[in-house]
Ligand binder design. Structure first.
Ligand code: 2AM
Length: 482
């Protein structure tokens, strides 16, 4: 029988798995490595792990024998059936209180199911979002663990040690119950931020005729203030990057955006829950429209735009307004994301750690930004905050930016430059702050053509049908909703 020497085990020796093991080793933990194809265990021990405290196992049984109690096993294997298969293989060698952590890209309903099934067997399951790619895994990822809360005390020292740090604080905290970790990982995506930055780029390029070096200067300045973030920083570097002929390389890249699906899944989830996460929606659609390159080339030759395509005012002042518009729209984007998480928490009975979530995203991942510190403060000050925009800091920030934001969008509309994300953010903001929306008319229309009934403002909870034409029946269609 092997001696229990390891603090934690990890299954799945692809790059992410190997890097997480090396990261844990750097922080003084003894890790036992295992992989389905066991030759990879030997190769890893002989190469990357040579000279470290890392140990290997050639079977799940050997892995479990080498782990200190309570056993902790991280799975970093292909999402889906491989995770369930490994859980089944581990169970015979585990005892009550042992912990299985899935650090892969699992869909959150699977993590809900696994937490519940394993709890019945006395095993603690954790579904953890891991963000930051290979580099993050090696030197400090953003970690978003959720699942069975009883597991947190045991895994906390390891997780917080290996996570990225922002102002000395680990970008890892307990997210919430069952599938909360993987859910938050899904909502945390860069689609909104990237689309907003790209729209601002198009306005500066097309409407203001700024050179790429001038734009890089603007992004350098923005990165020193409220907009300080990884994406602003890399945009600055991209704009400066020259091709062999001395021109900006970015101008030579075919303008059709790819996507792996995270944004799409967040969009679909938001539609399912009835929460208007419009920035992600627009960001996904903008990528779809970009992909219709051939059709756009044909359209560009036949569809009319405005005669005047250049901004004629003070460019410097307008660039400052662009920065404000970008900031305000970004606030709305995060407000929408937290609205979605709030609804998912209600639907699933999760008690979400909102302040912790903002902190987890401050480092290690693509959306990392200084701005998230303000979100953390907002939820620390008021854990029950109904909407991020109600926090005094964000309420004031949007109020201060709104004139600039409105002017930017008005000018973009006049110049014929598309701003789907910047505009939807403002439309959402204006919609949210309207006590009355025209849904009264909409309800009347539904009642007119479909007898769907409507609720009266002066008698809440009373649903009535009006015979709008004086013809036809007086029966309400309460049994269907078309
Ligand atoms: P492998 O090296 O044996 O292929 C990323 O692909 C990781 O997931 C690898 O460690 C890989 O193991 C593992 N993996 C992928 N599909 C798997 C499966 N069906 N069962 C077990 N491990 C799997």
């Amino acid at each position: 029988m092997a001696e229990a020497v390891a603090d934690i085990g990890l299954i799945g020796l692809a790059v992410m798995g190997q890097n997480l093991i090396l990261n844990m080793n750097d922080h003084g933990f003894t890790v036992c490595a295992y992989n389905r194809t066991t030759s990879k265990v030997d190769a890893f021990l002989e190469n990357e792990a040579k000279g470290t405290n890392i140990v290997g196992a050639h079977s799940v049984q050997e892995l479990c024998a080498k782990l200190k109690r309570p056993r902790k096993v991280v799975l970093l294997v292909k999402a889906g059936s491989a995770v369930d298969a490994f859980i089944d293989q581990l169970l015979p060698y585990m005892e009550e209180g042992d912990i299985i952590i899935d650090g892969g890209n699992s869909h959150f309903p699977d993590s809900i199911r696994r937490t519940e099934e394993l709890q019945k067997k006395g095993i603690l399951f954790v579904g953890s979002g891991v963000s930051g790619g290979e580099e993050g895994a090696r030197y400090g990822p953003s970690l978003m663990p959720g699942g069975n809360p009883a597991a947190w005390e045991s895994i906390k020292p390891i997780f917080q040690a290996i996570a990225a740090k922002a102002d000395g604080e680990p970008c890892c905290d307990w997210v919430g119950e069952t599938g909360a970790g993987h859910y938050v990982k899904m909502v945390h995506n860069e689609y909104g931020d990237m689309q907003l930055i790209s729209e601002v780029y198009q306005i500066m390029h097309e409407g203001l005729d700024l050179t790429h070096d001038e734009m890089a200067e603007v992004f350098t300045e923005w990165n020193k203030g409220d907009l300080d973030s990884f994406l602003i920083e890399i945009t600055r570097d991209i704009l400066k990057y020259k091709d062999e002929d001395g021109s900006a390389l970015v101008t030579k890249i075919r303008d059709t955006a790819g996507q792996k699906g995270t944004g799409k899944w967040t969009g679909i989830d938001s539609l399912d829950r009835g929460i208007p996460v419009t920035l992600i929606g627009e960001a996904v659609y903008a990528r779809c429209l970009s992909s219709l390159k051939d059709e756009r080339v044909r359209a560009s030759k036949i569809l009319e735009g405005p005669k005047n395509k250049k901004y004629s005012g003070d460019k410097k002042a307008f660039v400052d307004q662009l920065g404000q518009a970008l900031y305000a729209a970004k606030i709305v984007s995060y407000a929408q994301g937290f609205m979605l998480m709030r609804q998912a928490a209600k639907d699933n009975n999760w008690k979400l750690n909102n302040a912790g979530i903002a902190l987890m995203w401050r480092g290690g991942c693509i959306i990392r930004s200084a701005f998230l510190g303000k979100i953390k403060d907002a939820y620390t000050n008021n854990p029950e905050l109904e909407n991020l925009l109600f926090d005094p800091f964000f309420q004031e920030a949007t109020a201060k930016a709104q004139d600039a934001w409105r002017n930017v969008i008005a000018q973009a509309v006049i110049l014929g430059i598309p701003t789907p994300a910047l505009s939807t953010a403002l439309n959402f903001y204006d919609g949210l702050r309207h006590e009355m929306l025209p849904a009264n008319l909409l309800q009347a229309q539904r009642d007119y053509f479909g007898a769907h009934t409507y609720e009266r403002l002066d008698a809440p909870g009373t649903w009535v049908h009006t015979n709008w034409t004086g013809k036809g029946g007086r029966v309400a269609a309460s049994t269907y909703d078309a």
